[in-house]
Design a protein around this ligand. Structure first.
Ligand code: GLN
Length: 491
């Protein structure tokens, strides 16, 4: 079997497995070999679960033989290392959890494993999902398979890079302010942030609980739809999950967008937008128009304010969520004569610079005297961001624009400038503030690097945004962008 098959849609692989033309063991072995060959140069994985993967593949082949298989059975996938996996180390990209092994299964991990998908490993990420480049990983940065001097985006950079390089058929990421859509955009793959509450967060280590959402990354829209169908739905273990029924997302991909109204917010096309990104996205919008959709100029006036507001709300929640890492119950523990010194030393050593920055900002925003001026104010602004979208969705069915203002930037370029790193999420984080859904779909290249088209929909509008993304993907004809992987190739 050639490695080329690893760039095929897993829905095709499933058909081939169902006809016994290939086996899950073949595909799993080929994937593991590819990881072994390419990942030393990419750094997408923090942990490869080789032995378990092969055992799961054997089990999957048995399921096919006994006609118990579904579309995910036997398919190799990866999980961002912030999703708890029973008995499998889960670090959140942090030294403080370097040796943490969960004693329970995250809901999404359980659902995927029950459906027979094969876990290849846990992917690299910015520490506790704070970042947009995966350079804030406590272990090592991930590199973009399109250009190894560039970042894959973040914080789910390992997941996006693994899928882009064919080291997993799909992966899960998490998106608190853009961490699924932005890396998907920078790596040339599809990434979906579901509506807040669509997917259970049980077993997701919390960053900012009112914003965090788990979602799929894959190389095409139908694959993303198939994964969403398995992970979405109510979960009694997560009281914020919605009780809404889970539609057949794949069945909704009709290719039809005629008459659909697509809002194009002027705030998503500022002068600072990279010209190659602007050109690719405009072309993407034009092709949706030629498919019969109507483009409508709209305004989302709170876009700028949303960014400032996010950087109060997210750190405030993070500061509270991260208080549990004190060296007492789990994770790293530094020795000390008294408990306060133990806390101090553990946190000093266990947390990286960005996490410390967030904790400090959060503590400041929540402290007496500043709470009203910062945190309460930010909540008020958040309500206005929500209203922005509500007003827009009175007028249009979906909203479209660039996912990220730039293509993949160079490693190190923004590390010393937190603000420029934060700006990477200007177009993605408003959706988290409002709790709505969004997808990033590849819309060509600029300077040889992938560009993502973002499509936002109202709450529970996943079917609609996936339909638009799929129609676009079909018409664009480059529904799988394969990075030029010349590195690590056998001579
Ligand atoms: N880059 C944003 C941040 O650093 C968003 C991260 C995310 O979505 N997890 O907070």
């Amino acid at each position: 079997m050639t490695e080329g098959i690893l760039h095929r849609s897993f829905l095709d692989l499933h058909e081939l497995m169902a006809r016994r033309e290939i086996s899950s063991v073949d595909v799993t072995r080929a994937t593991l070999e590819r990881v072994q060959r390419l990942d030393p140069d990419v750094g997408a994985y923090l942990l490869v679960t080789e032995e378990q993967a092969l055992a799961q593949a054997v089990e999957a082949d048995r399921a096919y033989a006994e006609d118990r298989a579904n579309a995910l059975t036997g398919i190799p996938f990866a999980l961002k290392d912030i999703i708890s996996t029973l008995g499998i180390r889960t670090t959140c990209g942090s030294r403080i959890l370097e040796n943490y092994v969960p004693v329970y299964q995250g809901q999404v991990a359980g659902r995927l494993l029950e459906s027979g998908a094969v876990l290849i490993g846990k992917t690299n990420m910015d520490e506790f999902a704070m970042g947009s480049s995966t350079e804030h990983s406590g272990f090592f940065p991930t590199r973009n398979p399109w250009d190894r001097d560039r970042v894959p985006g973040g914080s789910s950079g390992g997941s996006a890079a693994a899928v882009s390089a064919g080291m997993a058929a799909f992966a899960l990421g998490t998106d608190t302010g853009g961490s699924i859509r932005q890396p998907a955009s920078l790596c040339g793959v599809v990434g979906l942030k579901p509506t807040y509450g669509r997917v259970s967060r049980y077993g997701l280590v919390a960053f900012a609980s009112s914003l965090d959402q788990i979602g799929p990354i894959a190389r095409s829209v139908p694959e993303v739809a198939a994964v969403l169908g398995v992970i979405a739905g109510h979960d009694p273990h997560d009281s914020t999950t919605l009780r809404a029924e889970v539609p057949d997302y794949r069945a909704g991909l009709t290719g039809e967008v005629r008459g659909l109204r697509i809002g194009v917010p002027k705030e998503y096309f500022p002068d600072t937008l990279e010209s190659g990104v602007a050109a690719a996205v405009s072309q993407g919008l034009a092709s949706l128009e030629s498919l019969g959709a109507h483009l409508v100029d709209i305004s989302l006036p709170m876009t700028d304010a949303a960014l400032s507001c996010y950087y109060i709300v997210a750190p405030s929640e993070a500061m509270s969520n991260l208080a549990r890492y004190d060296g007492v119950r789990y994770g790293l523990r530094e020795q000390a004569a008294d408990v306060w010194t133990l806390f101090d030393r553990t946190r000093e050593r266990g947390f990286g610079a960005e996490v410390k920055r967030r904790i400090l900002v959060g503590a400041y925003a929540l402290s007496k005297g500043y709470y009203e001026a910062y945190y309460v104010k930010a909540l008020e602004v958040r309500a206005l961001v929500q209203r922005d979208f509500e007003a827009a969705f009175q007028q249009v069915d979906v909203i479209a624009g660039p996912t990220s203002p730039t293509t993949a930037f160079r490693l190190g370029e923004r590390l010393d400038d937190p603000l420029s790193m934060y700006l990477a999420d200007a177009f993605t984080l408003p959706a988290n503030m409002a709790g709505i859904c969004g997808v990033s779909v590849p819309c060509g290249l600029a300077g040889g690097l992938p560009v993502g088209l973002q499509i936002l929909g109202p709450k529970l509008g996943e079917q609609t945004i996936l339909r638009v993304a799929d129609a676009y993907e079909r018409s664009a004809g480059f529904n799988v962008l394969v990075p030029p992987l010349t590195f690590g190739a056998p001579a």
